[in-house]
Write a protein that binds this ligand. Structure first.
Ligand SMILES: *Cc1c(COP(=O)(O)O)cnc(C)c1O
Length: 373
């Protein structure tokens, strides 16, 4: 059996080595490291793949979120509703811009933001909602969009974990709301060999504003109309992404196959709850395969997996409203029952496009064995 890893970027690289090596060497020879033609080509490839009017590449997924928020012309104190159960980047950028994060609880079945809780949290200061497509599964966008329309709010999709997923409306994740953001961090479903990110929108005026923000607020050379940032995708990363994009659907299909195999092996295990999928699995690209441990033994299982050399992750062990940086007197534990419960139950197993059947068998047999007595 091959060595177990959460992701196996080495094996993945072997298959695209020739193309990556030659385009990267070409960039080295031509010296077009920043704003070279490869970045433009990748941008256009991704626009076609997503069927979206504008892709604006940037330096990472956190920048993408920050820049998306900066493009909305908000004032300090404006409220942004997002999920209590996500990676900190989502709420961090809200706080950095002196906006007010309003965290809400999630749904038990999908780990995604609960739309009834969104409705309860709307005030006259609410300006936007940031649904996160957690673990690769698209949030309830139909309902999010409906709420946003009724209350005149903008929607920014944090699509860092779900690139390539297709919603029931046939739209790609990240192109359903006003703005979508993604990360090309190496372990994401479409990852580069360093940092990278992108912003998507079908709105021409938002796209124009964002193109200036990513480039120091310049719309004309050395004329700085707004406060911007420096956030670029470099040519080497774009070359890697160009090689991988045509394989993204294949990668995601391989992840789904692995997820289905895991779930079959756990189906008789009463102590585990396997991921719930909808839409014939089109709206889930399994960035993570996340189990719920129902008998309060999650941490024991984690130790057991460590002892057996099985890598795994706990995403996320602390809900955001309990984090020192984001805790606030206005939050009431009662309102976060599901995210608190999930933080104690979840455990994510190795999941990537190179996972082999014998690895899935080994991991699931060990886990089933743990629960046997
Ligand atoms: C990875 C991730 C980000 C941040 O992406 P970086 O490229 O690491 O900055 C933001 N949100 C979510 C949900 C993520 O998983």
């Amino acid at each position: 059996m091959k060595k177990l890893q959460m992701v196996d970027l080495q094996t993945q690289y072997e298959f695209i080595k020739d193309q990556v090596d030659s385009t990267v060497l070409d960039i080295f020879k031509r010296g077009t490291f920043i704003n070279g033609p490869t970045v433009k080509e990748f941008q256009s490839d991704l626009e076609k793949y997503l069927n979206v009017k504008h892709v604006i590449p940037c330096a990472n997924g956190t920048d993408a979120l920050q820049i998306a928020l900066m493009s909305l012309g908000l004032k300090p104190g404006d409220e942004i509703i997002t999920s209590d159960f996500t990676f900190a980047a989502t709420v961090e950028v809200i706080a950095l811009l002196q906006l007010k994060p309003v965290l809400v609880d999630i749904e038990e079945n999908t780990f995604n933001i609960n739309c009834e809780e969104i409705l309860k949290s709307i005030t006259p200061k609410t300006k936007a909602i940031i649904p996160v497509h957690l673990f690769g599964q698209i949030a309830n966008m139909e309902e999010v969009i409906k709420i946003a329309k009724n209350h005149n709010l903008k929607v920014i999709e944090d699509n860092a974990q779900a690139i390539g997923a297709t919603y029931k409306t046939n739209q790609k994740s990240g192109t359903i709301g006003d703005i979508g953001t993604t990360s090309f961090f190496p372990s994401k479903n479409l990852g580069c060999y360093g940092d990278g990110g992108a912003i998507f929108t079908n709105d021409d005026s938002i796209a124009h504003i964002i193109r200036g923000i990513v480039n120091h607020g310049m719309y004309k050379r050395y004329h700085h109309d707004v406060v911007g940032v420096n956030s670029r995708l470099d040519s080497v990363q774009a070359a890697v992404l160009r090689a991988k994009l045509p394989l993204l659907d294949f990668y995601n299909e391989r992840r789904k196959e692995a997820a289905i195999k895991y779930s079959i092996r756990f189906k008789d295990n009463k102590n585990l709850k396997t991921p719930i999928v909808y839409d014939n699995c089109q709206s889930h690209v399994f960035h993570q395969y996340t189990l719920r441990v129902l008998n309060n033994k999650r941490d024991e299982l984690s130790n057991y997996l460590n002892d057996n050399g099985i890598p795994h992750g706990i995403y996320y062990p602390i809900p955001l409203h309990k984090q020192k940086a984001y805790s606030d007197d206005r939050y009431n534990e009662e309102n976060f029952k599901i995210s608190i419960m999930m933080s104690k139950q979840v455990i994510s197993l190795p999941m990537h496009s190179e996972l082999q059947d014998d690895q899935i068998d080994f991991i699931s047999e060990k886990i089933n064995c743990f629960f046997k007595d």
